[in-house]
Design a protein around this ligand. Structure first.
Ligand SMILES: C[S@@+](CC[C@H](N)C(=O)[O-])C[C@H]1O[C@@H](n2cnc3c(N)ncnc32)[C@H](O)[C@@H]1O
Length: 244
């Protein structure tokens, strides 16, 4: 890969997808390419009539990740880990670190109105594509996506009942569980979330009821004053009560 090769480019996989791919490239300020593995980019967003897929050109053996095909959570009752962490009285949640949206979709399936915020424009485009691919049912109607930094949206939007934060797990703490292909791609695209404590502190001032932070089961809390924890096998939800 050359020194000034673009990190990410966009490729139309069918003649019918050229217009959509060109619009996406323009929106994201990316170059179009014709050949994914020619060594010009690290990542290629492939566009076809079924939506978007992300290819990591450094791993040619790996199929492109079609975010629409990512599995949904199996347990969607309020008694599951996330449901318990969100709390029975919560009706709205801001997912301040939306990524590819699995947790945001889970929250919507639990019946909450969800605003999902993602600051990486490329990840946000993939997230929007995933949500567009959902059946047009109540879950999808409860979901909206905003691009940008949640620290800004936390100030600009009306306070939600819950702010949910799932910062990128630091590699070492998560050594016991192998990250999924989607997590690996996300990490390669956006790197570490080094400002998560700042998001948490602001969220504690803005949320109406609580802030929920997802952590690896054995990692220390992001900051001190956790009110209670909901423990899973590999992950943990730290609950901070608003205004404390
Ligand atoms: C670990 S991933 C979240 C995965 C997500 N919970 C899911 O279910 O797919 C963290 C994501 O949060 C985003 N992020 C981190 N800090 C952010 C901020 N301040 N504002 C908006 N997005 C942020 C990163 O770009 C990354 O995509």
């Amino acid at each position: 890969m050359g020194a000034c090769a673009p990190l990410i480019s966009v490729m139309a996989m069918r003649p019918t997808a050229v217009e959509l791919a060109a619009r996406l490239a323009e929106d994201l300020g990316l170059m179009m390419c014709d050949e994914p593995l020619a060594g010009t980019s690290r990542f290629v967003i492939e566009v076809d009539d079924r939506g978007l897929a992300l290819r990591d050109c450094q791993r040619p053996g790996l199929r492109a990740l079609r975010v629409r095909d990512l599995p949904r959570h199996r347990a969607v009752t309020g008694r599951g880990l996330l449901g318990r962490a969100l709390g029975k009285r919560s009706h709205s949640v801001m997912d301040a670190t939306a990524g590819f949206g699995s947790d945001a979709i889970h929250c919507a399936e639990l019946g909450l109105e969800v605003i999902a915020i993602e600051r990486s424009p490329v990840v946000c485009a993939l997230l929007k594509d995933r949500i567009q691919g959902l059946p047009l049912d109540e879950t999808r109607l409860r979901l909206s996506v905003k691009s940008g930094d949640s620290r800004q949206w936390l100030v600009e939007l009306p306070p939600p009942d819950v702010v949910y934060i799932d910062p990128m797990f630091p590699g070492k703490e998560n050594a016991s569980a192998k990250p999924s292909k989607a997590q690996q791609l996300l990490r390669a695209l956006v790197g570490k979330d080094s400002d998560a404590v700042e998001v948490l502190q602001l969220a504690c001032r803005r949320a109406r009821h609580r802030v929920v932070v997802k952590r690896p089961r054995h990692a220390p809390p992001l900051t001190g004053e956790v009110h209670h924890q909901v423990l899973g096998r590999t992950v943990r939800y730290d609950v901070y009560l608003a205004g404390q």
